[in-house]
Design a protein around this ligand. Structure first.
Ligand code: WT7
Length: 663
């Protein structure tokens, strides 16, 4: 194919429109197109529909209190408990149905099923254990765990006693764990001995212990025995202040803990995420608004109902897993799947095997995974009966039309609608996506904003721009699932998300606009194509990484003088980390230094931030005022033509870097 052909095909692909199948539409949870007008006219009361999906101990007074923007409050004075909503209220009707179907990575392992009654029992026992360890309402409990059932158990146990959780992705480093425990003043940790990756047991407790040793305050830890006898080689044993999970739960056999009455606005959890500058941000989500939002979107967008076997292949260590493995599906009383391992172990059909065996009804995954499946080939899904699937979803980054079509055809058999859902850690749940029972789909475009969500694409000064032009994504009205603030940092909350397009001195909510830091364009039908981050954040395999965090890890390595990190295109990961570094006097850009840089990044953040390439250069391209021209470094990473270099103080350096990077 010539370049022109490829471009033409790409353009044609962009414009293709797909209708949801008759069979899906006829049975969809939401199928009346009138919902868009209805929600616009009745906003904010339309969100009673979301709150109605929950059981409230006492009713709320007001749907929205917008008296002090941007500190919005939803369902004010309503009282509820998230654990009761995810467990207790389902017991009568479906206590014996599966709440969680867990699949471990080793194929010869016995998978585990937790019925609602069993999950309820273990959550109660662990809640009692946490209380005995001294956890009180509003104490932040950190979880540093892989995809094992004890993670949702611990989250729901915390919710039951009103202790917010802060889950740290198991792939993050010891340093990252310690930073987050310090930032959240968290004195409790739930972790485990290890888990499996591509067949090998990993020593997770060593990392947890390393992290704990640098936390600034005393800590109490609970350790789940995931590996049984298979971790003899690690042999850490439990240190002082550490407890075995099974011992704790066994000691509480049959214990019942009344769900604590929480205010709608009480914190349910913190989730740390990366930003342009400084330390990770502790995004605060609340009990009423968040739980309503994830329940409503699970129902309307993922089309979840009780009786489904819903499979989200994300990790609970990220927001996708919080909202759409744990809280949304369980609040709706469905069966949620959890898979511990990688999709290519023992072979590249593992996910399809799981879908086949469990008759999964929905699959929600990320474009990076779909690109990998596509590369591996359709023979893998073809080996299995995937006809139980009714709906497919994607999240995390823009999906290229080619990958969208592959997913639609080879996984969904052209019968399942694909929802491309745009949202963020901060939004709590989905914001822009087609409604699968109503809208046509345009591959590559997420679709219109959800009913009742006011998204506009604006220019630099906040003026709405015309269809087809690239601009900035903004949300003009609050929504129940929104973050309430950054932990302990209202000022940064305003700076990061509101200052760009709001009149920060105003107390009129109309003057407040939320800025997610994404670029986007909108077409004549109101479909939004998200173009990616406009800040210095890169999206590696759907995971958000701050370039500054990576740079500071690199300059912390002995021998490195200066570093710049950018995202370069990557076939599978979407973006990959490209690092450029200058050396200190007396050091050279050797392989040994390169290895130390990579280790430095892995230690500070985790393997996910590992640089794809480290390029040594005598200098970084800088403007006369000393600002690093990242755009040029991105061009170099992508092997593209270099833009204008006339504003550089050191234009000659560009060729040197290109030569070095081209090696
Ligand atoms: C950023 C948020 C949402 C859970 C996983 C990531 C990008 C997310 C899409 C999509 C285009 C997307 C955005 C966003 N993003 N979904 N469907 N199309 N871009 O959560 O780590 O908070 O990252 O992911 O850039 O701002 P996160």
């Amino acid at each position: 194919m010539t370049e022109d052909d490829a471009q033409l095909e790409a353009r044609l692909e962009e414009q293709a429109v797909f209708e949801p199948s008759e069979s899906f539409v006829s049975d969809a949870n939401v199928s009346d197109p009138g919902i868009y007008d209805e929600f616009e006219e009745t906003w904010p009361d339309c969100w009673e529909a979301a709150a109605d999906l929950l059981d409230w101990e006492s009713d709320y007074d007001q749907v929205l209190d917008d008296g002090n923007p941007p500190f919005y409050e939803w369902f004010t004075d309503g009282k509820l408990n998230a654990s009761a909503n995810c467990l207790d209220r389902h017991l009568d009707e479906r206590g014996d149905e599966a709440a969680i179907e867990w699949v471990g990575e080793p194929v010869d392992e016995t998978n585990r099923t937790y019925t609602y009654a069993e999950l309820h029992r273990e959550v109660n026992e662990f809640a009692a254990a946490l209380r005995d360890l001294g956890v009180e309402e509003d104490d932040v409990v950190t979880m540093y765990m892989p995809m094992i059932p004890e993670l949702p158990v611990a989250m729901l146990a915390c919710a039951r006693i009103g202790a917010p959780h802060s889950v740290v992705f198991a792939g993050f480093s010891a340093d990252a764990l310690a930073t987050r425990m310090d930032a959240a003043d968290s004195e409790y940790l739930v972790t485990c001995d290890g888990y499996y990756r591509r067949g090998d047991p990993l020593d997770h407790l060593a990392k947890a212990n390393d992290g704990l040793s640098t936390v600034e305050h005393d800590t109490t830890a609970v350790v789940v025995d995931r590996l049984g006898d298979n971790d003899d080689d690690f042999g850490h044993g439990l240190a002082d202040g550490q407890h075995d999970y099974d011992d704790l739960v066994d000691a509480q056999a049959g214990a019942e803990v009344d769900p604590v009455t929480r205010d709608a606005e009480d914190m349910l959890f913190l989730m740390y995420t990366s930003g342009t500058t400084g330390k990770p941000k502790g995004v605060k989500h609340t009990t009423g608004g968040y739980l309503s939002w994830v329940s409503w979107t699970s129902q309307a967008v993922l089309d979840i109902e009780p009786g489904d076997t819903y499979f989200c292949a994300a990790d609970i260590g990220w927001i996708t897993g919080h909202s759409y493995i744990v809280y949304g599906p369980l609040a709706l009383g469905t069966t949620t799947m959890m898979y511990e391992g990688t999709p290519d172990y023992p072979d590249r059909d593992r996910l399809w095997e799981i879908v086949d065996e469990y008759d999964a009804t929905q699959l929600y995954t990320a474009p990076t995974a779909i690109r990998a499946f596509m590369k591996w080939g359709e023979q893998y899904p073809d080996r299995h009966d995937l006809s139980s699937l009714r709906l497919l979803g994607t999240v995390g980054e823009p999906i290229n039309p080619r990958a969208w079509k592959w997913y639609y055809k080879h996984v969904g058999d052209e019968e399942c609608p694909v929802v491309d859902t745009w949202w963020q850690t901060e939004t709590g749940g989905m914001m822009i996506t087609t409604l699968p029972g109503i809208s046509d789909m345009k591959p590559g475009s997420a679709g219109p904003p959800l009913p009742g969500v006011d998204v506009r694409i604006v220019d630099e000064v906040g003026e709405q721009i015309s269809a087809g032009e690239a601009g900035y994504l903004t949300v003009q009205k609050p929504w129940p699932g929104m973050l309430r603030t950054l932990y302990d940092n209202d000022e940064r909350f305003i700076d990061e998300y509101w200052a760009a397009y709001s009149d920060v001195d105003s107390d009129d909510p109309d003057d407040w606009v939320y800025f997610p830091e994404d670029g986007a364009k909108i077409d004549g039908d109101g479909y939004i194509t998200v173009l990616g981050r406009v800040d210095d954040v890169i999206n590696v395999s759907g995971h958000r990484l701050g370039t500054m965090e990576i740079e500071s890890a690199i300059v912390g390595v002995e021998g490195v003088a200066e570093a710049a990190v950018v995202g370069g295109n990557h076939e599978i990961k979407g973006e990959a980390v490209y690092a450029y570094a200058t050396t200190e006097n007396g050091y050279e850009g050797t392989d040994e230094l390169r290895d130390r840089i990579i280790t430095g990044v892995e230690d500070a953040i985790g393997p996910i931030a590992r640089p794809e390439r480290v390029v040594f250069t005598p200098d970084l391209p800088k403007t006369r005022s000393g600002k690093i021209m990242r755009r040029l470094l991105e061009n170099i990473a992508d092997g593209e033509e270099i833009g204008d270099t006339s504003t550089l103080r050191n234009p000659d350096i560009v060729e040197d870097i290109q030569a070095e990077a081209g090696d």
